[in-house]
Design a protein around this ligand. Sequence first.
Ligand SMILES: [Zn+2]
Length: 755
Amino acid sequence: MRRCAAVLLILVLAVPPSLFAADEPTLAGYSPRSSQAEREWESKFRVIPDPANLREDMRRLSARPHHVGSAYDKDNADWILARFKEWGLDAHIETFDVLFPTPKVRMLEMIEPTKYTAKLEEPGVAIDPTSNQKAEQLPTYNAYSIDGDVTAPLVFVNYGLPEDYEQLDRLGISVKGAIVIAKYYHSWRGVKPKVAAEHGAIGCLIYSEPKDDGYTRDVVFPQGPMRNPDGVQRGSVMDFASASPGDPLTPGVGATADAKRLSLKEAKSLSKIPVLPISYGDAQPLLAALKGQMAPDEWRGTLPIPYHVGPGPAKVHLKLEFNWDIKPVNDVIAKIPGSIAPDEWIIRGNHHDAWVNGAEDPVSGTSPLLEEARALGLLLKQGWKPRRTIIYAAWDGEEPMLLGSTEWVETHAEELRQRAAVYINTDGNDRGLFQMGGSHSLEQFINGVARDIDDPETKMTVWQRSHLSQIANAKPEDRKELRQRADLRIEALGSGTDFTGFLDHLGIASLNLGYGGEDEQGIYHSIYDDFYWYTHFSDTEFVYGRALSQTIGTSVMRLADAEVLPYDFVDFADTVEKYTKDLEKLLADKQEEIRERNQELDEGVFKATFDPRRPTVAPAHEEVPPHLNFAPLENAEEMLTHSATRYQKALSQKQAGLSEIQIETLRALNAKLIDSERKLTNEDGLPRRPWYKHLLYAPGVYSGYGVKTVPGVREGIEQKRYSEAEQEILRVSKALEQESALIDSAAQLLEQAGH
Ligand SMILES: [Zn+2]
């Protein structure tokens, strides 16, 4: 109901046509005159990014392996610094010292019923020159796995998620004392050893199943884009979601040279059991040697073997030892000081480190960042003066787990809390649709930017293309909203890339953006993610790289130049209303599911379906979850909608006169707006994970990168801690009430301005 009212309001409050510059609407937060000037500068900006430069920057940055601590990682940092300076920006490198383990011993063998020694090796291919840089490549491994030497029967656990272990319980299979083998994907990889350890496993293997990113989806590399039989996905298994990302030895504080460090034994975010990633070439003989029950239908992949669960008779020996070294990470930071509001910061970042050569991850995002910086440098020389301070950051150490960005955020926490208005992140880029994730107070803003960017393939705007493709793929019941709502909904942010410290720890409104979705890829975190792969199988003409530069550069400028920061709370309130309904439905569904299962147990359904040759264990009778009181959340959310509408109206009515409002008033107003995301945090943090302070967005403890919205309440319900969920409803409601009060006070400032 309220949603339709909000849409109407937007139409009614639109600026009268006489104020339009050409036929373009006045930008939110701008007076008509400054909006016109801004649009002119933005148009000048958008013609600058050049695909030829993007290609050359990628070739240079991905020419050699450049993981944390490597020679070329430092070389790249110095090269990026020199570029920033060459373009006239005030730039420096900020270095932190972090724990970064690399493999010393990696051994995996099957000792029963037959012998097999895993290769654990990705061979170079002749046609792809950088794949042969053996001496500089990090071996295949999972960073922050503990050392270990274990021998045990093997059990296949599907994707290794909590619900997979419920299935195993039903099959009467325990992983206690076993080594598990799980498939990659469907959760962040570190969740797999975490859940395995919680169920008593003593070791964990993770393999890349061809059904997910191998030959089932397309031809394998180098003839095609997919993972070949020897390709392995490296990656971090640091338990960042339950503890914190960044350096495990300095949680919560910057890993500066003189920081107090935990001992390795005290570090909370290492895996609990040894874990190793393997290729499907190495996984196949192990899986083929499993017997016992057949794996459930949905668990089976497309290797030419019957998928059994085990345990055994396959017995494997896994031995891992790491060099637990402290290594430097080098963040490259460039600053453009603001001319009117230097203490309000717009920050933009993408990482520069990779697991190996990393042309796609991260360089396809780093190169567009560099083109933006070059273009902004040119505009500065032509007389453009951004109102706010702009900071460009090329982060190091993202791959091991957001090391460079987290340490920078922790080091500068105090300043950032006061000054940072928005953080914009990218992490790589591909060909396809514009993908928007972020804080919902920026939903309207980023929709506006997307309406001004042309899609390289269809020539419609990237917003139109996303809108129509969402209609094409929508469920019938969602199409009406898609056609009526002014803005496309943006995804809430989980984690897995460098916005985490900004958003989750400090409560800085953030966006995570990129293009993609049109090409299959199976080279993630392997030696084959390189220039050859990218220039044959992804954005080969670098036109989506240019679109990314245009999109992010426009966003940065528009945020930096607005008289009033373009946050909007109507879409935000609408999202909170949706989340409240989602939570109510989550609980109702759970109650219904358990009620139904209990009834089936009483009716004898499980006795009737029991097959003595394939014995299963009936689930236990469970207590139906109690009703929770969502009223405080509903009340807070209504208050929020009211305040959001009031603010939108006040801003719209004052738009024509924004340039006459006193600078002191604007400063006070913008300070309130900057504070609006902070109000959604709580200093005590989420239950059992105090580093995570945002009450609306967090990575899931059992999903990792996947977001949990209103995490305290949602995870309380999911993990059956109902009284905790009820407490969290109160905490979230209180924060929303304070948010409402803040928005009201911002509206009041505007209403009174100029009187
Ligand atoms: Zn990345």
